[in-house]
Ligand binder design. Structure first.
Ligand SMILES: Cc1cc2nc3c(=O)[nH]c(=O)nc-3n(C[C@H](O)[C@H](O)[C@H](O)COP(=O)(O)OP(=O)(O)OC[C@H]3O[C@@H](n4cnc5c(N)ncnc54)[C@H](O)[C@@H]3O)c2cc1C
Length: 285
């Protein structure tokens, strides 16, 4: 299919992109890697009046660190997130998961900011960032910024906290400590497919058992979801508590049925994958 007609502008800075967005109004859209937006335009699910291309703003592509956080520019490609030594050292869960996205072509074009801003509950990085308690920096008119925690960011199906005249400019991820184990498990029918269900788990180990756990789910509702009941059941628990806790994974979810899987199958997968992911994150025998 061919997209509907649109204007196209190349922004050379965040300020330039913001002024172009303001000029074109709410029907304009930012274009980053184009690997989610262009397919939607070809299917005519999206018909923006103008595209403001931010994919060439070099200042949006970086990985830096401070004491407790890694700061990632929203325009950083999945390939660069996957191969960043800083992310691998400070937050290996994130670099590992970026390497599971699509195929090399998708990873060379798609950006972490585009993945987050798109708000697709089947995407992998939003789930991982929710489990990590990441923060999102939004830049608006005049360069004003606000910081939104991941828990408040994903509002609904393809809906986020980003305002019509705002740009997601940075993702801040707390570093994982030596006592943190992690896992991301993605179940799909074919290699390189989207997740039918995915699970991110981060376990703080304590005396061979679980101190605390953070668990988040991909494709189990309109947004990525924290599995709060599972987290509560695992807090301060021993390894043998994992199966009963994992069985709570479907609580509070609302998975859809589609050609890949029915809702009940997704609930079953959530139970099985949460158990496996928490075991993997805990490590040991
Ligand atoms: C064949 C294929 C396979 C894929 N497989 C997977 C997969 O397995 N797992 C997975 O998670 N994803 C997958 N994807 C999606 C891929 O990761 C996309 O690249 C990503 O979701 C969107 O990033 P983008 O940079 O391409 O964004 P774009 O498509 O350019 O933009 C997406 C949306 O975000 C908005 N946007 C982009 N950047 C910003 C910003 N900085 N601030 C505010 N709004 C912004 C745009 O306006 C648009 O609405 C796949 C895509 C394809 C085509």
């Amino acid at each position: 299919m061919i997209p509907a007609e649109f204007n196209y502008e190349v922004a050379d800075s965040v300020d330039h992109a913001l002024s172009l967005l303001a000029g074109y109004g709410p029907e304009a859209k930012l274009l980053a890697g184009g690997h989610s937006l262009i397919p939607m335009m070809k299917l005519r699910f999206a018909r923006p009046s103008a595209l403001v291309d931010i994919g060439r703003i070099a200042a949006l592509s970086y990985v830096e660190q401070d004491d407790g956080h890694i700061r990632i520019g929203a325009g950083t490609r999945h390939h660069d997130v996957h191969h960043s030594p800083l992310i691998e050292a400070g937050c290996p869960l994130l670099s590992f998961t970026a390497g599971l996205i699509g195929d090399p072509q998708v990873r060379h074009k798609g950006t972490i900011g585009g993945s987050v801003a798109h708000g697709d509950p089947a995407s992998d990085l939003p789930t991982v960032l929710l489990a990590l308690d990441a923060e999102f920096v939004l830049t608006g008119s005049g360069g004003a910024t606000r910081v939104v925690p991941a828990s408040d960011f994903f509002k609904g199906f393809f809906e986020t906290a980003i305002g019509p005249e705002e740009i997601l400019t940075e993702i801040r991820v707390p570093k994982l400590g030596a006592s943190s184990g992690w896992s991301y498990l993605k179940f799909s029918r074919r290699a390189q497919d989207w997740a039918i269900v995915g699970v991110a788990a981060i376990v703080e180990r304590s005396n061979g058992g679980i101190g605390s756990a953070r668990v988040a789910l991909t494709n189990m509702g309109a947004t990525p979801l924290r599995a709060s009941s599972v987290e509560q059941a695992l807090a301060g628990a021993e390894r043998d508590a994992i199966p009963a806790a994992a069985a709570m994974a479907p609580e509070g979810t609302s998975p859809t049925s589609d050609t890949n899987a029915g809702a009940n199958y997704r609930r079953h997968l959530a139970d099985v994958l949460v158990g496996r992911a928490v075991e993997e994150a805990l490590g040991g025998p």
